[in-house]
Design a protein around this ligand. Structure first.
Ligand code: HEC
Length: 195
């Protein structure tokens, strides 16, 4: 009895009847708006109470966005991704953030990559991520010392053209920036949701 409970933590914790296991394909169809409305509603509710399912959905979503960014979605999936998934600004921002994601992580358990983790970056002082303290460039440290805060406007300015702000920052040297203002706004909207 005890072993069963240990290996089935969801069913024992949830105040809902047990539901059959859910395939990745089903979750992808959920993200792409390809499920019937009653099933969407059921999944909306389930992901709110079921942390494990919510975590799995995040992984499936990350893979989906990576596939989109890599250009490997085809046919109906690509069509649905553009017509359904990308319609919400937060999701558009998540997809656009894939180009930052080479160097920056966000979300639960975000770690330092080439650049600092960006959870809570909106409204934060420049060069103040503790894990990254010893890695900031001189130019970024000076911004922080001068009291520069990553407001939405300042992030917009930075990612539009990093070189214009700190020519020798490693980010400026490796990343040309995001020329499209709408795409920058989507990225910032997404960053605001990552605390
Ligand atoms: C090629 C790697 C790379 C890419 C791509 C990249 N960054 Fe960076 N980013 C860095 C590095 C490295 C730093 C630290 C720069 C420094 O110290 O001068 C940084 C710093 C930052 C900071 C300041 C962090 C702080 O703690 O003050 C922000 C904000 C930021 N990046 C946002 C973004 C966003 C948003 C994108 C995508 C549009 C992006 N970056 C793309 C490498 C990258």
């Amino acid at each position: 009895m005890k072993d069963f409970a240990a290996s089935h933590p969801i069913d024992t914790r949830m105040a809902m009847p047990p539901t059959p296991p859910m395939s990745d394909d089903h979750l992808i169809r959920y993200l792409l708006g390809a499920l019937p409305a009653d099933e969407v509603e059921r999944l909306d509710e389930r992901t709110m109470v079921d942390d494990e399912l919510a975590a799995r959905l995040r992984l499936v979503e990350d893979d989906l966005v990576d596939s989109y960014a890599a250009g490997t979605l085809t046919g109906e999936q690509l069509q649905r991704f553009e017509a359904f998934y990308l319609v919400s600004p937060g999701r558009r921002g998540k997809a656009a953030f894939a180009k930052c994601g080479i160097c920056h992580q966000v979300g639960p358990g975000a770690k330092t990559l080439v650049g600092p983790a960006l959870n809570g970056i909106v409204g934060r002082k420049a060069a103040s991520v503790a894990d990254y303290a010893s890695m900031y460039s001189a130019g970024m440290k000076k911004l922080g010392a001068d009291g520069w805060v990553w407001t939405e406007e300042n992030i917009d300015k930075w990612i539009a053209d990093p070189k214009a702000m700190i020519p020798d920052s490693p980010m400026a040297l490796a990343f040309p920036g995001v020329p499209d203002a709408g795409e920058r706004a989507d990225i910032i909207a997404y960053l605001k949701t990552q605390k």
